[in-house]
Design a protein around this ligand. Structure first.
Ligand code: ATP
Length: 134
């Protein structure tokens, strides 16, 4: 039997998954980080992307918004602003969010507003990707 570690995924402080896990893939700005039991301790930033984790049976997938992760011994904590299973993603809402963000990016705005719109666009595109609409 494959070695397991304890995984806690919190989406805006609400438990999204809590339990044993065999493998985890975390999206980061530098690419994906794969985690198996016995991984060295580490911490870093999660970016908008697809999180994959597996215990028994089928690997699970989730669209996640940015956040943080911490690997500490046999415990891994993933703390993100939002997480959705592919089947829970409201595609029309994500399409609307993409349109709004693209419109915001077209307008001449401050750097702060531009970066906010970029974040909105990244989350919308990620939801569309994970839901299979892109
Ligand atoms: P929107 O502008 O549509 O609210 P957003 O990117 O600003 O999108 P977030 O701040 O990332 O939304 O998330 C707020 C809450 O709404 C979270 O609980 C998140 O899971 C949920 N959420 C956002 N967009 C979707 C979607 N397309 N489908 C399902 N849940 C969504």
């Amino acid at each position: 039997m494959a070695a397991t570690f304890h995984l806690d995924i919190l989406a805006a402080s609400v438990p999204f998954y809590r339990g044993d896990c065999v493998s985890l893939v975390i999206p980061t700005q530098d690419g994906e980080i794969g985690v198996l039991a016995g991984h060295c301790n580490a911490a870093g930033a999660v970016c908008a992307g697809e999180l994959r984790f597996g215990a028994e049976g089928e690997p699970r997938r989730a669209a996640v918004a940015p956040g943080l992760f911490k690997i500490d011994g046999q415990r891994v904590l993933v703390l993100v602003d939002a997480a959705e299973r592919p089947e829970d993603i409201d595609v029309n809402r994500a399409l609307r969010a993409r349109e709004e963000a693209e419109e915001q990016l077209r307008q001449k705005r401050s750097m702060a507003e531009y970066q906010l719109a970029q974040g909105n666009l990244a989350r919308a595109l990620n939801r569309l990707r994970v839901s299979g609409r892109m």
